[in-house]
Design a protein around this ligand. Structure first.
Ligand SMILES: Cc1cc2nc3c(=O)[nH]c(=O)nc-3n(C[C@H](O)[C@H](O)[C@H](O)COP(=O)(O)OP(=O)(O)OC[C@H]3O[C@@H](n4cnc5c(N)ncnc54)[C@H](O)[C@@H]3O)c2cc1C
Length: 404
């Protein structure tokens, strides 16, 4: 059995960041990650300006810059064949006035290596949380399983950072309220086409919404499809699917035959939900465990990291002065009060986007070529909207700062 001050279930962006931030203050923290490594394809890749500001504040810039990544100053959307520079990060303050695409496993490796420099940071890979322990009506730790069998980790506070299907959350009886999202996403890779295509985040057409995330050697693609329609799509055959991708993004037509069969296409369910209460005695949920975000605007990682920063800032003073359980639980509740509003705002916007895609309004917004009236509106509205959208996407609502 291990005894620690804080036990974090889940080594995703929220869990690793919180572990690192607590360890920097000398707080004993055990982070438990069920997988043996961070290498998983479905994770988002976006690192936002606010996360880079944080990495600067943590002194991790040199390490970050040493990892290959793909900076984007603009996010283009192609709607009905018309390219729109929808988000312009250069309107944000320097030096982090861009968004960058970095494989999430590299970012997590960087944070975990930094954590390992602190003696109070104990990251255990290949260790799954299977249950919580109770003591006098309060959660007092977790039961875990690793290659040596089962054991216990006792802690004054358990952080549920174990993602949208959180075990800890379920074991303490917290249930998220689902916000209906009429979409799933199918995930696949394509090589870059031979002719250069400007970096494009999303292609909106009658075929649906196709997301194309440029990685150095290939495009990570996601096609948003109506919820529950994947089986119909499979039944129609891979040829029809390839044709649909080509209709979604005509420049990709020449590479669609790299989708050999549906074995190359993974279905991921898009989910937006939120816990009405993020805490139970002895437990605080953060990141996707408190609020699953959809891939829209790629803000889920950023929000998970921001939760971790807020949690550290609020919890560190209580934990370092030896606060007791009641004080720790009150501090945990303050984390929810701080983060619930920015989360709800962003989720509402994501829902609006999903609805607009589902009912076709997002595509019909522009003719091709745009009418004179549409061009006039774009000339006036886009320069006004761009910096606002850049702030919203780059920082989220209520960006967090580090404690001392
Ligand atoms: C298809 C798709 C694409 C997305 N694209 C983007 C994007 O481009 N940019 C973006 O910002 N967001 C994106 N998101 C959202 C983003 O992935 C999440 O919001 C973000 O990863 C949440 O971070 P987290 O640390 O809270 O949870 P997670 O990243 O889910 O991490 C949870 C961790 O806990 C571990 N775990 C789970 N159960 C246990 C257990 N019982 N014991 C121990 N460990 C456990 C998991 O292995 C995992 O490592 C996308 C989401 C989807 C579905």
């Amino acid at each position: 059995m291990t005894t620690t001050r804080v036990c974090v279930a889940g080594g995703g962006p929220a869990g690793i960041m919180l572990g690192l931030l607590l360890a920097r203050h000398g707080i004993d923290v055990v982070v438990l990650e069920k997988h043996d490594d961070f290498f998983r394809d479905f994770r988002g890749d976006t690192v936002h300006p606010s996360t880079m500001n944080l990495l600067d504040a943590l002194g991790l810039r040199a390490g970050f810059d040493a990892i290959p990544h793909h900076p984007l100053t603009m996010l283009d959307v192609v709607a009905n064949g018309v390219r729109v520079h929808a988000v312009d990060f250069t309107t944000l303050p320097r030096p982090n006035n861009f968004l960058t695409l970095m494989p999430q496993w590299d970012l997590l490796d960087l944070l975990a290596s930094e954590g390992a420099r602190h003696p109070s940071f104990d990251l255990r890979m290949g260790t799954e949380v299977i249950d919580v322990l109770h003591d006098a009506g309060r959660v007092s730790g977790v039961r875990v399983r690793d290659s040596d069998g089962e054991s216990k980790v006792r802690a004054d506070l358990v952080i549920a950072a174990d993602g949208r299907d959180s075990t800890v959350r379920r074991r303490v009886g917290l249930r998220p309220a689902a916000r209906g999202v009429p979409a799933d996403v199918v995930w696949f890779r394509l090589p870059h086409p031979s002719r250069h295509v400007p970096d494009t985040l999303a292609w909106l057409s009658e075929a649906g919404m196709l997301i194309t995330i440029p990685r150095p050697d290939y495009l990570q693609c996601g096609f948003l499809i109506p919820k529950g329609r994947f089986d119909d799509m499979r039944a129609e055959g891979i040829e029809r699917f390839r044709a649909r991708v080509a209709r979604g993004s005509p420049p990709l037509t020449e590479v669609t035959d790299h989708i050999v069969s549906f074995d190359d296409v993974k279905l991921l369910s898009v989910q937006i939900d939120r816990l009405p209460t993020w805490t139970a005695p002895g437990v605080l949920c953060i990141g996707d465990s408190a609020h699953a975000m959809s891939p829209a605007f790629g803000v889920g990682i950023n929000y998970a990291v921001q939760d971790a920063v807020a949690a550290a800032r609020i919890l560190v003073p209580v934990l370092t002065r030896g606060g007791g359980h009641a004080e720790i639980d009150r501090a945990a509740a303050r984390v929810q009060r701080r983060r619930a509003w920015p989360t709800a705002m962003m989720q509402r916007i994501q829902q609006v986007v999903h609805r607009a895609i589902a009912n076709g309004r997002a595509v019909r917004v522009l003719d091709n070529p745009p009418t004179r009236a549409q061009r006039a509106v774009m000339r006036v509205a886009i320069p006004v909207a761009r910096p606002l959208v850049a702030r919203m996407v780059g920082y989220g609502f209520r960006p967090e700062r580090l404690s001392g």
